[in-house]
Design a protein around this ligand. Structure first.
Ligand code: MN
Length: 291
């Protein structure tokens, strides 16, 4: 059986700061919010940055979201979340926050207070996952997924794959999702030569964070995003040095996308409604956090 051919490699766009806490590259580049990457919307990757100790936590204060989910995966350091639905959580290396904005909420994302005081490396990825039209008005929800809850699949020769969402063989990811998708956190060792199975009809992207990935006779620079074509039984990956990847696969939703800043809906009218509802305080109020 033939593996899917890689069809594009998107090199890393310029990084930008999200608040003063996260120095990210938007790895989906111009494909963000397009059908080619559905049901995923965009992926910000913050490579490891050393933060000096300080008093006030770096990060981003209260802001709204509606119509999709934000998934935060921590690689180094510790991150805190609070939202207007009353949920909060602190996650560290290997942990994941899976937040369903659904009908809308406000939240804030900062380095944890402990992390801020001691300083040190912070590195994370934030993935935006679209919601099917019928679920965009779902009640906001929040899942803390700890490292220990995430099953690890041994791919042999020291290579491993953690199933955050969806499944790999018999291993099922703990995340509750609204559409058929897989999120795999993959570490390959130098010399790895693996084929990962991908279901027919799924879009598949591989975010390449570190190390030298060797695909279709090319050494790929990192960070970057590798796209694969629709035909074939899986994706073939080789590593020349230890490599860190995030593999995203899922059934495209096949629904129109209208997006503006922190809102992702199906139509422009729904975006206007989201802005009006946010301004009217219907997604919560920033002073929620002072209560
Ligand atoms: Mn946010």
């Amino acid at each position: 059986m033939a593996a899917r051919p890689p069809v594009a490699f998107l090199p890393s766009p310029q990084p930008h700061w999200v608040g003063d806490g996260f120095h990210v590259v938007p790895l989906f580049a111009d494909l963000a919010f397009r059908e080619e990457v559905s049901p995923f919307l965009m992926l910000d990757y913050a490579a490891p940055v050393e933060f000096p100790p300080r008093e006030t936590p770096p990060g981003v204060g209260a802001h709204p979201h509606r119509g999709f989910e934000t998934v935060t995966i921590v690689y180094h350091g510790e991150i805190e979340h609070r939202d207007s639905a009353g949920n909060s959580g602190t996650i560290g290396p290997g942990d994941v926050q899976w937040m369903t904005a659904g009908s809308g909420l406000l939240h804030e994302e900062f380095h944890s207070r402990e992390q801020t005081k001691r300083g040190g490396l912070v590195s994370m990825a934030q993935l935006w996952v679209n919601l099917p039209a019928k679920d965009k008005s779902a009640a906001p929800a929040y899942q803390t997924i700890l490292n220990a809850q995430i099953p690890t699949v041994d791919l042999g020769a020291g290579n491993r794959l953690r199933v955050v969402a969806g499944a790999y063989g018999d291993a099922k990811g703990p995340a509750r999702t609204f559409s058929d998708l897989h999120v795999w956190d993959v570490d390959l060792k130098a010399g790895a030569d693996v084929v990962l199975p991908i279901a027919a009809g799924d879009n598949v992207m591989v975010a390449h964070f570190s190390g030298t990935l060797h695909v279709a006779a090319q050494d790929l620079p990192q960070p970057g995003l590798l796209m694969f074509g629709p035909e074939g039984e899986g994706i073939a990956l080789q590593a020349k040095s230890d490599v860190k990847l995030l593999v995203l696969a899922g059934k495209p939703l096949g629904e129109p996308i209208s997006h503006y800043g922190p809102f992702v809906m199906n139509t422009e009218a729904e975006i206007k409604q989201a802005i009006a509802d946010f301004r009217a305080g219907k997604m919560g109020r920033p002073d929620y956090f002072d209560a």
